[in-house]
Design a protein around this ligand. Structure first.
Ligand code: GLC
Length: 569
């Protein structure tokens, strides 16, 4: 079976500000990232998704772009970028960038001009209204309409008020964005991750939402919801509140255009959408190459075998509806959510569960995306001093709690720290030296470093330890690469009637593998359905089993054990 590189690749997301500080100013940069490419090559990943590296006002740390064709001064220069890209390519590592198409920074030259008058050449580049036409909310900071005194009108923003939405009905905007896309494709980048792509169009009738809440009161209500019924209500409110502000007509046409821009280039450049809607794959060949399977990581009950099975069956069926070639894409973490270590841990078996998570990513069907730091078990570091928070969404939440809800400062700081995305963006932990080898000792890093770098949660210590999580990641990544069925094989659930154990097969022309994972601390005595196979061969066992004595018959699967065997028919 001949697959494209992005179908075979393991992607690794780098959050540039927190990866490696090459010039000792407390902020990650291209010199630092370039110096870590050998590490990434050794880790075994094939491609990098780089979160925004453009000049930004940093209200949303890079996701408020001031210039689509530049490099933020704190990250270096365009030459530094080019060097990074060349060095990555020299190591066989591809690089995709983040395309933030819905909005710019309010300091972008386009917006500065647009807000300067109602008649300037870019007057229609953003979404302007004389008065707020509805009750729409920004998903980050309250009302979605903000007044511009210069222009005497309101502009629309789905995200922060410092992130005005571009008017995608204006052909000049579309052209300017595709030009920016070409700028980096010309330099050789391998594709794009499309930020919040579903939000570029709004309901043309500007229909108000009918939720009895503002963003602020819904957040409070959400914080108080305890029962499953209340939680379900919250979920419905969130969906209702924003339903006229995303997923609107028009996106497909734009994606088709973008796809043809990419197809002008050689080398199978690719697009992955920050959306879970498979409809953005178009007919399988004319829109995006991938969309993320976010429902996998969104589970109130945790990552259980039942949830995983249901998720995979639903997802694979939805993709098959699009086209037989539609390709899945799985992830468990990124810069917007709690770290894998916490999100899918239970506070007691986090280390074991982290191993199950990478084993899952490497054995499911579809392109996996990992997030920097998860390979050493970096965990959320909750900042409870509100003056140290940099995530504006969280500082806004803090001020709402204190100023309008009468919550004590101490309690508000706690809640804002937990909600903040700073907790999962702290600097990468390279060594056990002061500043974790991210910045030179004594430098104040842009976010505090999680002190657990001193307790073995760092690359250096784990590199030397064959039993570390890092070594396990390397092993699993290599295992995927060396077993074709894990890349191209189909996925079938094997029913074991045991709620703690996940069991599935991955079968390709060349090979059939059975993957068995125990999601519990309890040993399970398993009985498999007839597999019609010859004696299975043990390929991988987290429990150090011996192949000679191996049989699936009456298998006693140990606590959190991961086992992969090959069967021949
Ligand atoms: C995406 C990004 C997130 C950002 C938002 C606005 O969801 O992942 O970090 O804040 O878009 O650009």
């Amino acid at each position: 079976m001949s697959l494209k590189w992005w179908q075979e690749a393991v992607f690794y997301q780098i959050y540039p500000r927190s990866f490696a500080d090459g010039n000792g100013d407390g902020i990650g940069d291209f010199i630092g990232m370039t110096s870590k490419l050998d590490y990434l090559q050794d880790l075994g990943i094939d491609a990098i998704w780089l979160s925004p590296h453009f000049p930004s006002s940093n209200w949303d740390i890079g996701y408020d772009i001031k210039d689509y064709c530049g490099v933020g001064a704190e990250y270096g220069t365009v030459d530094d970028f080019k060097n990074f890209l060349t060095e990555a390519h020299n190591r066989g590592i591809r690089v995709i960038l983040d395309l933030v198409a819905n909005h710019t920074s309010d300091e972008h030259a386009w917006f500065l001009q647009s807000k300067s008058s109602r008649t300037n050449p870019k007057a229609d580049w953003y979404v302007w209204q004389d008065t707020p036409p509805n009750n729409w909310q920004s998903c980050f900071d309250g009302d979605a309409w903000t007044y511009s005194p210069e222009r005497g009108q309101y502009y629309y923003h789905y995200f922060m008020k410092q992130q005005p939405d571009l008017n995608w009905h204006n052909p000049a905007v579309v052209e300017a964005m595709w030009d920016a896309v070409r700028f980096w494709l010309d330099l050789g980048v391998d594709g794009y991750r499309l930020d919040a792509i579903g939000t570029i169009y709004e309901d043309p009738d500007l229909t108000p939402h009918n939720v009895p809440h503002t963003l602020s009161s819904l957040r409070i209500y959400e914080g108080e919801a305890k029962t499953p019924e209340e939680k379900e209500k919250v979920r419905k409110f969130w969906a209702e509140m924003f339903k006229y502000q995303h997923g609107q007509d028009g996106v497909h046409q734009r994606m088709k255009e973008l796809r043809s821009v990419l197809d002008e280039y050689e080398g199978d450049r690719m697009l992955v959408g920050e959306d879970d809607n498979p409809a953005y794959l178009g007919n399988g060949e004319d829109e995006l190459h991938l969309v993320f399977n976010f429902p996998l990581m969104q589970s109130d009950g945790g990552l259980t075998p039942e949830h995983i099975i249901k998720n995979q069956q639903t997802r694979l069926a939805a993709l098959a509806n699009i086209s037989p070639e539609a390709w899945p894409c799985n992830t468990l973490g990124n810069h917007d959510c709690a770290r894998v270590y916490n999100q899918f841990g239970d506070g007691i078996h986090d280390a074991e569960k982290a191993r199950l998570s990478i084993a899952l990513m490497m054995t499911l069907r579809g392109t996996p995306f990992l997030y920097n730091g998860e390979e050493i078990g970096m965990s959320d570091y909750i900042i409870t001093d509100p003056t140290l928070l940099t995530d504006t969404m969280a500082t806004w939440y803090y001020s709402q709690l204190v100023n309008t809800q009468g919550v004590s400062k101490e309690e508000a700081a706690k809640r804002a720290g937990i909600r903040s995305r700073d907790k999962n963006r702290t600097p990468m932990q390279w060594t056990s030296e002061p500043n974790a080898g991210f910045s030179p000792p004594g430098i104040k890093t842009w976010l505090p470093i999680n002190p657990n770098y001193k307790d073995g949660i760092n690359v250096n210590d784990q590199s030397d330890d064959p039993n570390s999580l890092l070594s396990f990641y390397k092993k699993m990544i290599r295992f995927r690469r060396n077993h074709r069925a894990l890349v191209e094989g189909d996925f079938q659930v094997i029913e074991l009637a045991n709620k703690d154990v996940l069991c599935f097969s991955r079968t390709s022309f060349a090979q059939s593998l059975i993957i068995v994972m125990n999601y519990s601390p309890i040993q399970h005595h398993l009985s498999f359905p007839p597999l019609g196979a010859k004696q299975p061969k043990l390929l991988f066992s987290s429990a150090g089993r011996n192949n000679k004595e191996f049989t699936l018959e009456g298998l006693k699967l140990g606590s959190f054990e991961i086992l992969i065997s090959e069967i021949a028919y």
